[in-house]
Design a protein around this ligand. Sequence first.
Ligand SMILES: CC(C)(COP(=O)(O)OP(=O)(O)OC[C@H]1O[C@@H](n2cnc3c(N)ncnc32)[C@H](O)[C@@H]1OP(=O)(O)O)[C@@H](O)C(=O)NCCC(=O)NCCS
Length: 297
Amino acid sequence: MRRLHLGKHTFEIRFLESPADMAAVEDVQRAVWPGSEADVVPSHLLITLAHNGGVVLGAWHQESGRLAGFVYGFPGMVETPAGWQFKHCSHQLGVRPEYRGLGLSFHLKRAQWQWVRHQGLPLITWTYDPLLSRNAHLNIRKLGAVCRTYLREVYGEMRDGLNAGLPSDRFQVELWVAAPRVLRRLEREPPSPLDLAHYLSAGAHILNPSAQGEGGFPVPVEPASPAEGEVVLVEIPSDFQALRGVDRDLAFRWRMHTRALFETLFAQGYWVTDFVYLPEPWPRSFYVLSHGEAQLG
Ligand SMILES: CC(C)(COP(=O)(O)OP(=O)(O)OC[C@H]1O[C@@H](n2cnc3c(N)ncnc32)[C@H](O)[C@@H]1OP(=O)(O)O)[C@@H](O)C(=O)NCCC(=O)NCCS
């Protein structure tokens, strides 16, 4: 369907439908979310959703013949004041560790967006852990999703190696298929991104600037400042997976700290509309939240 050259690699992104395709998706799941065979979504379910209006897309690494990553979703419904409306519900996106950092996830999500647009659905939603900076960079900044919904412990106790041991809180993000902010990012040249200095010079405050902990990891400082103004910033750790691997208690504090902050901000009418990742001089990550509903433009 689509050939891509990323670094020294060539990938082909195409629809997955056959039992052999789906067995390859099962294998990528084992590599991305190791440690719980019970959580591997099986071929028969993937085939059923691919044959019934859903879409499973895979990126095949041409040099090795291996499946490097996949994304899948299915049609769903959302209740709105105007009644029930159709949407696409995206459920899993994964890239094998050895093919990360090449931008493959962006191309998989863009192919998914193209398919959903072709089907005529207005909205794609999915969930992700709001403490994962790399995912936030992809979902909010690169794809143009927005968020106003915080879900507590949505998947109960998770068993896989990436998620076990912490409450499974998630952002539910919305990608409005034909919104100007999405078209700019996915159809044309992406806009030049706003960095932290832009937001600070426009008067935005960081509500929770973190402190440096003894282990070199950021520590949340309580209490966060109350939100004022049109735009506010919320800091998260830049490498939460490394932090939780070393200090479970600190990871739990970050979960509770950001849960309280985001729930309060969403109740006040703020939406997540941008994300800033600063790799230098030391990595720091910030969500940008804007007040009101004007941010789809
Ligand atoms: C999340 C995931 C799909 C991303 O895949 P990927 O194809 O490697 O992502 P990318 O190649 O776009 O990552 C590189 C980008 O992340 C940025 N990045 C790297 N580290 C980062 C960090 N700590 N914080 C924010 N951004 C970061 C890079 O600067 C680069 O940005 P650019 O493309 O604007 O130059 C992959 O890491 C994965 O499978 N994770 C486990 C499963 C998962 O979390 N699934 C997604 C649920 S939404």
